[in-house]
Write a protein that binds this ligand. Structure first.
Ligand SMILES: C[S@@+](CC[C@H](N)C(=O)[O-])C[C@H]1O[C@@H](n2cnc3c(N)ncnc32)[C@H](O)[C@@H]1O
Length: 350
């Protein structure tokens, strides 16, 4: 963040000199065995957060396993835990006076929080989510998790963090521009905002976005049908899904609060079809890493198909329809019938 935008934040730093951050934790630091029943609800056989009707992907072990897989895929594709590594390391450098601190909005399974906690043991790392995480390992002592809805505002964290991360959370944010404005307030001078957004669209071999094609028409696939149904059902719950391609422009609109804005547009094959179609033996034209990343994307997508079933049923689709589309899409993905890409765009602003 540019120093030009930092004066107010410097004045309002609220750690009272203790070095401890976020003195008024958002809402709750939960104990999962006690509080799970209050914070979670069952819908169509899966477990969901009990706070937001807008965000309707599960918050259970299966979904958090999917998020762990997605986390590994993003890490491999991005080349690390975060975009803009120099800016992040600078913002989190040990210093006198206050403990460097990181906020992960929509922390999901908690893996990013835990890995950041290990990578920066001198920093405090806070994961914030609508629902408790099903953690895959014990967090180090510098990590903690809070249950809160980012839509209720973040300003109680004003001037408390050096890095704010919001990965794949757009869909749960009601007003992303307002959210971005609050991130500016939450960051300390020199802070970094990291986002990652997967735009829930299918792209063809030439990176063109594919429109919905009706059943029976040339080019129809169940995968395409399903992704459009998912988008429609999400859009009916809030505008987040349409915010994804606009984030970069909105960051630019924020003007001089940011010193620099960087974004990568990455296309990840939905399954390792690049290998199958191009060469034999399969690893001639594709690195082992790319093979692995596209396989992870395939696994992620197949699990997503399971996770969106309650969303599609709640939208009004019949069980039989959802089952037919889901089975069809899984078959297509299994045999690598289509040469599809999913676009992912990590962004870093300082
Ligand atoms: C698709 S997951 C991504 C999780 C994690 N950031 C990752 O990249 O693996 C989105 C997460 O954001 C959380 N979420 C969605 N809307 C939210 C909101 N308004 N406030 C807090 N968390 C939210 C969801 O509960 C979910 O855990």
């Amino acid at each position: 963040m540019s120093q030009a935008g930092s004066v107010e934040r410097e004045e309002s730093a609220t750690d009272g000199g203790s070095g401890r951050n976020s003195p008024s934790p958002s809402v709750y630091s939960y104990h999962s065995s006690v509080d799970g029943n209050v914070m979670l609800r069952d819908i169509h056989g899966r477990t969901f957060n009990n706070t937001s009707d807008q965000y309707m992907l599960p918050a259970d072990v299966a979904e958090h396993g999917r998020l762990d897989l997605q986390h590994e895929m993003l890490k491999k594709k991005r080349g690390g835990l975060f975009y803009a590594p120099q800016a992040v390391k600078k913002a989190l450098a040990p210093r006198e006076g206050s403990q460097p601190s990181i906020l992960d909005v929509g922390s999901g399974s908690g893996s990013w929080v835990i890995e950041m906690g290990r990578r920066f043991p001198h920093a405090e790392v806070v994961g914030l989510d609508l629902a408790p995480a099903n953690l895959s390992s014990t967090p180090p002592p510098n990590c903690r998790f809070e249950c809160d809805d980012a839509n209720l505002g973040l300003l109680h964290h004003k001037g408390c963090f050096d890095v704010v991360n919001a990965s794949c959370v757009t869909q749960g944010i009601t007003n992303y521009r307002k959210f971005m404005g609050e991130v500016v307030e939450v960051l300390r001078p020199g802070g970094v905002f990291l986002t990652v957004a997967g735009d829930l669209q299918i792209h063809d071999e030439n990176h063109n976005m594919l429109p919905l094609i009706d059943e029976g028409e040339p080019g129809f696939t169940y995968t395409l049908r399903l992704i459009h149904a998912i988008r429609d059902a999400m859009r009916a719950r809030g505008p987040g899904v349409d915010a994804i391609p606009k984030i970069y422009d909105w960051l630019q609109d924020q003007g001089e609060v940011w010193e620099s804005i960087g974004q990568k547009i990455l296309y990840i094959p939905l399954g390792p079809w690049e290998v199958d179609s191009r060469s034999s033996p399969p690893d001639r034209n594709i690195s082992h890493a790319n093979y692995f990343i596209s396989e992870l994307m395939r696994q992620d997508f197949v699990r997503l198909i399971q996770s969106v079933r309650p969303l599609l049923l709640s939208y009004g689709w019949f069980d039989e329809t959802v089952d037919k589309w889901s089975a069809g899409a899984q078959d297509e993905i299994k045999i690598l019938k289509n040469k599809y890409y999913i676009r992912v765009s990590p962004t870093g602003v300082t």
